[in-house]
Design a protein around this ligand. Structure first.
Ligand code: FAD
Ligand code: NAD
Length: 464
């Protein structure tokens, strides 16, 4: 890429999160002169206040389970108690370490890091504090932030940002919203020892996931001691001297010392100066882009959560790399995010790839549904109640495996591997020809012989 010397940079990226870092490094590797602007901490949501610290908190919770299970395996274990302060100190050190690695990697790729909040100021121009910089291309990769106005008064409650920075575990927690963040933290906080109440509007948590997973996710949350308030969300939240009052429909109130607002996230575009380049956000607050990540404003592009499409770290990274390679590399390429594996890090966790059963039927597939529901060997040995559920959706006409859904120990790891097979277009016959690794839970996926049900396509049968 030959630089245009009338600009300070070929590319200025706004936001050093998963997408911005990936795009900037790839562009620099391809010869572009790149600067990245970060107002908070390099690494962004995933590294500093998302996937990474969340998973570290999940590991802490999982170890609590392991200590209990150890007794059943013959270990003499003293009474164990979780203290959040040492975890918090270690978590802070780990995110600092990772931030350092990210800064080093950016420098190693030749990307200049500019600390400060950036804003657009007309075409090709970014202002950071006193600095006024120009670039041929600007990439908006500013991510998303928790919604703080979904319910009257909820802005005073903690979000996942604050929960991940807690130094002491609250005794009792109300979680409002049962999407990814709501169920992950409900599960993790309960396993760490808090009394958790989960409030959500739908009849099951995790709207959008396969119904069989949703049902079992609800059961396993209950088994972890979470009190489920299905079909109930507060209409107003009121801060009190100590804690919060949740005002429900019908005049009922609940009091909690601690409330987690898990009602969603919104693209982060505040103060970005979009109006100076004639850009307006769509009705979900997202920066609009086409399949090449171009916004309607010339020279301005956007990737990741700020575009509110598939709000996952691997998607932001893949978008960033595809975009950078298309613009600064020899061959433009698009990205197919149609079928992406995802996991919910509850205990036990859930992993999934492909459409839900209802969606596959609606899409016109006749289905063979294969299922296994069992207590894993590790649990049967100690009389544990935890189960594993696995489901394969197979196109009855072509034999192609359309979807894998699992809730149970190691589901994210297992589904990650099976995602490769699905990307390759694997058929059920090929699953059947695969020899098992024994003894594992994952082997069930190659041992399912008889479908539990065979269903005609809803679209073809005319059903809703
Ligand atoms: C609690 C939690 C857990 C999650 N767990 C997972 C998980 O397990 N797996 C998964 O795949 N995804 C997970 N996610 C989602 C994942 O973190 C996001 O999809 C991903 O970080 C999006 O990357 P991004 O680059 O688009 O934005 P971000 O990572 O949010 O980065 C945007 C960066 O831009 C900066 N910024 C914003 N405005 C400006 C500005 N004007 N100037 C300069 N800098 C600016 C921000 O400070 C931020 O650092 C989780 C999210 C949360 C909140
Ligand atoms: N494991 C992972 O990969 C992971 C983990 C966390 C977050 N994420 C990503 O971050 C995104 C944001 O997560 P999230 O959990 O904040 O959002 P979400 O959209 O998944 O869930 C928000 C929940 O809040 C509910 N809600 C919204 N307004 C409400 C109201 N007024 N009253 C009651 N309930 C209300 C919604 O119905 C929904 O259930 C996710 O969609 C996902 O893309 C991924």
């Amino acid at each position: 890429m030959s630089g245009n010397d009338s600009f300070d940079f070929d590319l200025i990226t706004l936001g050093a999160g998963s997408g911005g870092v990936a795009a900037s490094r790839r562009a620099a590797t391809l010869g572009a002169r790149v600067a990245i602007v970060e107002g908070s901490r390099v690494g962004g949501t995933c590294v500093i206040r998302g996937c990474v610290p969340k998973k570290l908190m999940m590991y802490a919770a999982q170890l609590g389970d392991a200590i209990n299970e150890a007794r059943g395996y013959g270990w003499a274990v003293e009474a164990a108690r979780f203290d959040m302060a040492p975890w918090a100190a270690q978590k802070a050190a780990e995110t600092r370490r990772l931030e350092g690695v990210y800064r080093q990697n950016l420098a190693g790729s030749g990307v200049k890091v500019i600390d400060g909040w950036g804003r657009l100021d007309g075409p090709n121009t970014v202002v950071v504090g006193e600095q006024r910089l120009t670039a041929r291309h600007v990439l908006i990769a500013t991510g998303a932030r928790p919604v703080r106005d979904s319910i009257e008064g909820i802005g005073d409650c903690a979000t996942s940002d604050e929960v991940l920075d807690l130094e002491a575990l609250p005794d009792e927690v109300a979680v409002i919203g049962a999407g990814y963040i709501g169920v992950e933290f409900a599960s993790i906080l309960a396993r760490l020892g808090a009394k958790v109440h989960l409030f959500y509007r739908d009849r099951q948590p995790l709207r959008g996931f396969d119904e069989d997973l949703r049902t079992r996710a609800a059961q396993s949350l209950e088994a972890a001691g979470v009190v489920l308030h299905a079909g109930q969300a507060p209409q107003r939240v009121q801060r009190q001297d100590s804690g919060f009052e949740l005002h429900m429909a019908g005049g009922l109130t609940h009091r909690f010392p601690f409330v987690l607002n898990a009602t969603g996230r919104r693209p982060h575009t505040e103060g970005l100066g979009l109006e100076t380049v004639g850009l307006t956000v769509d009705k979900r607050g997202a920066v609009p882009v086409n399949e090449r990540f171009e916004t309607p404003a010339a020279g301005i592009h956007a990737i990741g959560d700020v575009t509110n499409r598939l709000n996952l770290t691997p998607a932001a990274i893949a978008e960033g790399r595809a975009w950078a390679e298309s613009l600064f590399g020899p061959t433009p390429r698009t990205l197919d995010l149609g079928r992406v594996a995802t996991a919910v890090f509850t205990l036990p966790p859930l992993g999934t790839i492909g459409p839900t059963e209802a969606q596959a039927l609606k899409d016109g597939h006749a289905l063979k549904v294969f299922e296994a529901d069992f207590r894993p060997m590790k649990q049967t040995f100690i009389g544990g109640a935890e189960r594993s559920y696995m489901k394969l959706l197979v196109d009855a006409d072509t034999d192609r495996v359309l979807a894998v859904h699992m809730l149970g120990a190691d589901a994210p790891e297992i589904v990650q591997s099976l995602a490769v097979a699905l990307t390759c277009g694997a058929t059920k016959a090929q699953f059947d020809r695969t020899l098992a690794v024994h003894p594992t839970s994952a082997e069930e996926f190659v041992l399912m012989r008889e479908p539990t049900r065979v269903l005609p396509a809803a679209a073809r049968s005319g059903a809703a």
